[in-house]
Write a protein of this length. Structure first.
Length: 397
């Protein structure tokens, strides 16, 4: 039998912080220990998913507020101003991923993704492209606000979204020396034995770190800042203005929809607190069905592979392995253990793959979405799995 999650307290007054050890169908994970190496400590403090700063909540403007150009918007480069003034049209409405656009991004879709992100209906990675994650986020927003949920930004729905949040979708950001401090790991090894030799699973480089901080795809970051050296402190970037940190909401129940690839979070009164796109299991290794609960939460977890506990073998895995914490760890920024043995909700190293690939039974979110949910959820919160997995792309641990 697989043991349930357990708390173990190391000896000694200097190590009074409890260490959390968990297991998972995707992983066996633990919270980083108090005696982290300096490299691990840097990873644990870098990026938005690790920030303890309180979130900035944008208050809704008066109902008659006009979407006029603000002083902050006027200071942006033309690309930023164009995004902040863009309005979705039938040609920019979210569509299936099979529909491709020749343009690097659609300004109206960038703005729409940012506003949905701030409203708590996450589109996943902000890339300004058509896709199912955006369509489903828009549909969830419509349902929560009593409108038709066909996944299209109708004039009525767009009016509701912008009336609730008229703040600019874009902002300027100046790269600091701290952004370049790392540690960075370069290309991520695919072989798990090579991963296990790294002292920290930090970002690949400054570009990945900055893209994740602002919930953006590297492609959009590059398109908005052509020719920019992301490793040069003092450089000013045009970036998205998503939610500034984990939003403070309460969690009464979590619903994992295997059919839609979506995690929905509800408050005690039944209102939607958050909606996140997710990768949920696979047809070969499905996620569980039924009602479970949160067993424990580990921010910045290490990843432990134990072939005696798990039913899959990652590339290069041989015997037990420990992979250090960090955003490129196989379970990302956060591990939320469930009461069903070996399963959990966790982050992911590549946000563009959420909802596009299969997992080994666990529920994968973007690192920032997993961190927000992990900060809000408590042990014992109900987790309901509904629906059935559909065939997706390639599998990933």
């Amino acid at each position: 039998a697989i043991p349930s999650p357990r708390l173990a307290r190391p000896a000694g007054p200097a190590l009074a912080i409890a260490l959390l050890t968990l297991t998972g169908a995707c992983s066996q994970s633990s919270a980083p220990q108090a005696q982290n190496s300096p490299a691990q400590a840097k990873v644990a403090s870098a990026g938005p998913v690790n920030s303890a700063a309180p979130p900035t909540i944008v208050p809704p403007p008066p109902a008659n507020a006009a979407p006029a150009t603000t002083a902050a918007d006027a200071a942006l480069p033309p690309a930023g101003q164009a995004i902040d003034q863009a309005t979705p049209s039938p040609t920019s409405a979210p569509a299936p991923t099979s529909v491709k656009s020749a343009a690097p991004y659609d300004p109206a879709l960038v703005r729409l993704e940012v506003l949905l992100d701030r409203a708590g209906f996450s589109p996943g990675v902000i890339d300004g492209r058509q896709g199912t994650n955006l369509k489903r986020a828009l549909g969830a927003y419509a349902l929560a606000h009593g409108q038709a949920a066909d996944g299209a930004p109708t004039p009525a729905l767009w009016s509701a979204i912008t009336a609730a949040d008229a703040a600019p979708a874009m902002q300027s950001y100046q790269i600091t020396a701290a952004d370049e401090a790392g540690p960075f790991i370069g290309a991520i090894p695919k072989d798990y034995r090579a991963l296990a030799k790294l002292s920290a699973l930090g970002y690949t480089g400054p570009e990945q770190e900055l893209a994740e901080r602002f919930h953006m795809s590297p492609g959009l970051l590059e398109a908005l800042n052509p020719g920019v050296d992301f490793a040069r402190p003092g450089t000013t970037l045009l970036v998205a203005a998503p939610r500034a940190g984990p939003r403070p909401y309460t969690v009464a129940r979590i619903e994992v929809d295997k059919s839609l690839g979506q995690v929905r979070v509800y408050q005690a009164n039944g209102a939607v607190a958050a909606v996140y796109p997710a990768t949920v299991g696979s047809t070969e290794r499905p996620a569980p069905s039924g009602q479970f609960a949160v067993a424990a939460v580990a921010p910045h977890p290490a990843y432990f592979y134990d072939p005696a506990r798990l039913t899959f073998t990652p590339q290069g895995a041989s015997g037990k392995l420990r992979i250090a914490p960090g955003p490129n760890n196989p379970v990302g920024s956060t591990w939320i253990a469930l009461t069903v043995p070996t399963y959990g909700i966790h982050g992911a190293s590549d946000p563009s793959e959420i909802g596009k690939v299969q997992s080994h039974g666990c529920v994968r979110l973007t690192n920032w979405d997993a961190a927000e949910l992990g900060a809000a959820v408590k042990k014992g919160v109900e987790v309901d799995f509904v629906g059935t997995e559909k065939k997706a792309g390639k599998k990933k641990a």
